[in-house]
Design a protein around this ligand. Structure first.
Ligand code: NAD
Length: 397
C-alpha cells in the first residue's frame, strides 16, 4: 500500500481521488492540501483522509507520506515538485508539467538529481480505446504511421486561474494541446524526434489574453506529421477524437461524445451527465464509466505498479518536458506565422533519421502505385517505370 498526499482538492484532485480509492484500491490518500481550510476539510471528510492542511510543505514532508500527487494550478507545479525533491518523495504531476519548457526542464533535472520516482499524469494515453489502438499500431496493423491527429475541444475551463495567462501559462494550446501532442507523439513513436511546428492560434470569442482556438502541425524527423485541434469555445460538450493513418490501415477514435450510449430526457430528474456536458435535457451522450474511459484507472495502476517494481512508468517528467518544448514552438509559430524549430536541450530518442522509402517494388522494371478491383470485375494495377518514370495501367481480366 502506498500512502498519498494529494495537493489540490479541486476538479482533477477529486477525479484522481475517485480513481485511487474508488474500487477496492489498496492505496490511500492520507493527507490533503488545499488553499482554503474548508475545502481541505471537506475533501478529508469525503475521502476519509487522516489529516488536512493549508500548508503545502507540511503536506509533502509528513513522514507517513510515500507519494505526492500534484493537482494544483499550473503556476504551482514547480514549487510543489521542488518540495518533493527536498523531502525525497515520489511525485506524480498532472498535465501540463510546466507553463513552458524552461520550467519543465528544471523540474525534470531536479527529480532526476533527487533520484525520486516521477510520473507525468497524461491520462489520455491510458484510455481503454487508446491502449487497444496503440497495441494495434505497435503490432504493425497500420504499417508505417504517416499522420496522427487529435482534437480536444470544449466550452472552456471551470476555474478562474485557467483564464489568467500568468497563472495558466497559456490558453487552450497549453491546456488541451498537451493531451493531443502526447497522444499523437505516442502513435508516431516516442523515440522519433519532433523537429518543427506550424501553428495558427487566435482569440476568437473570450475576453482573455491567451488563445481560445488553435490548430497546429508537428513534423517528426522520419517524415510523420501530427496535427492538433483545440478550442475553449466549442459548444456541445467535450469533443475528444483521434485519427491515425498508416500505410496499411486507419484508426478513428471517438472518446467522449459518441461512446455508444445515447439517451433522451425531457429533463425530469436529470443531473450530472458527463464532464463539460452543456445540457441535461434532450438527446444526451452520457459516459458509462468516466474514470475508466478517461484513462485514470489504467494510468494510476501503471504508475503505482512501477513504483512498487522499481521501474519507470510509460509517462515520466521527460515526456512532460518534450510536450512543453513542442508547445513553446507552437506559440512561437503562432506569432511568426512560419515553421518554428523545436528546441530540445534534452533528447533521449533516435537521431539522424530520414524519411523512410515509400517505393513498393512490383517487378524489376516497375514500382506499384495502386491496385484496385473494379465494380465491373477487372483488376487494375497502376505502375511506374523505374527508368523512364512513365505511368502505365495494367488490366487483369
Ligand atoms: N485530464 C487532466 O489531466 C486534467 C483535467 C483538469 C485539470 N488538470 C490539471 O490539474 C491542475 C489543477 O486543475 P483543476 O481543474 O483541478 O483546478 P481547480 O481550480 O478545480 O482546483 C485547483 C486546486 O488547487 C488549489 N489551489 C492552491 N493554490 C491555488 C491558487 N493560488 N489558485 C487556485 N487554486 C489554488 C485549490 O484550492 C484547488 O483545490 C492543472 O494543472 C490542470 O491543468 C488536468
Amino acid at each position: 500500500m502506498k500512502r498519498i498526499a494529494m495537493l489540490g482538492s479541486g476538479f482533477i484532485g477529486r477525479f484522481y481521488a475517485d480513481s485511487l480509492q474508488g474500487q477496492r484500491s489498496k492505496d490511500k490518500i492520507i493527507s490533503i492540501y488545499s488553499r482554503r481550510e474548508e475545502a481541505a476539510k471537506k475533501f478529508a471528510t469525503d475521502y476519509q483522509c487522516d489529516r488536512y492542511t493549508t500548508n503545502l510543505e507540511e503536506a509533502i514532508a509528513h513522514p507517513d507520506v510515500d507519494v505526492v500527487c500534484i493537482s494544483l494550478p499550473n503556476h504551482l507545479h514547480e514549487e510543489a515538485v521542488m518540495l518533493c525533491c527536498k523531502h525525497k518523495k515520489a511525485v506524480l504531476t498532472t498535465k501540463p508539467l510546466g507553463r513552458n519548457a524552461a520550467e519543465a526542464k528544471r523540474m525534470l533535472l531536479a527529480v532526476e538529481e533527487a533520484g525520486i520516482f516521477n510520473g507525468y499524469l497524461e491520462d489520455l494515453v491510458y484510455t481503454p480505446k487508446f491502449l487497444k489502438s496503440y497495441e494495434s499500431v505497435k503490432n504493425g496493423a497500420l504499417g508505417r504511421i504517416l499522420w496522427a491527429k487529435s482534437r480536444e475541444a470544449h466550452p472552456g475551463p471551470h476555474s478562474d486561474w485557467f483564464w489568467d495567462i500568468e497563472k495558466a501559462g497559456g490558453g487552450c494550446i497549453l491546456d488541451l494541446g498537451c493531451h493531443c501532442i502526447e497522444i499523437t507523439r505516442t502513435y508516431i513513436g516516442k523515440d522519433i524526434k519532433p523537429i518543427e511546428v506550424m501553428c495558427w492560434a487566435d482569440t476568437q470569442v473570450k475576453p482573455i489574453d491567451a488563445e481560445d482556438h488553435s490548430i497546429g502541425l508537428i513534423k517528426y524527423e522520419n517524415g510523420a506529421m501530427a496535427q492538433f485541434e483545440v478550442s475553449w469555445t466549442f459548444r456541445g460538450g467535450l469533443d475528444l477524437r483521434d485519427e491515425v493513418m498508416g500505410t496499411e490501415g486507419t484508426i478513428w477514435v471517438n472518446n467522449f461524445l459518441r461512446t455508444g450510449l445515447e439517451m433522451f430526457t425531457t429533463g425530469k430528474g436529470a443531473d450530472y451527465v458527463a464532464e463539460k456536458a452543456e445540457s441535461n435535457t434532450g438527446w444526451l451522450f452520457p459516459v458509462g464509466d468516466e474514470l475508466n474511459e478517461l484513462g485514470y484507472n489504467h494510468m494510476f495502476a501503471e504508475m503505482f505498479n512501477c513504483m512498487e517494481n522499481g521501474t519507470s512508468p510509460r509517462e515520466t517528467f521527460y515526456d512532460g518536458y518534450i510536450v512543453n518544448a513542442i508547445i513553446d514552438a507552437a506559440y512561437k509559430s503562432a506569432k511568426s506565422k512560419s515553421w518554428e524549430p523545436i528546441q530540445l536541450d534534452i533528447w533521449r530518442g533516435k537521431t539522424g533519421l530520414s524519411k523512410e522509402s515509400h517505393l513498393i517494388e512490383h517487378d524489376k522494371d516497375h514500382y506499384l502505385i495502386k491496385e484496385e478491383m473494379t465494380h465491373y470485375g477487372t483488376k487494375k494495377l497502376i505502375l511506374k517505370n523505374k527508368q523512364t518514370g512513365k505511368i502505365i495501367e495494367k488490366v487483369i481480366e
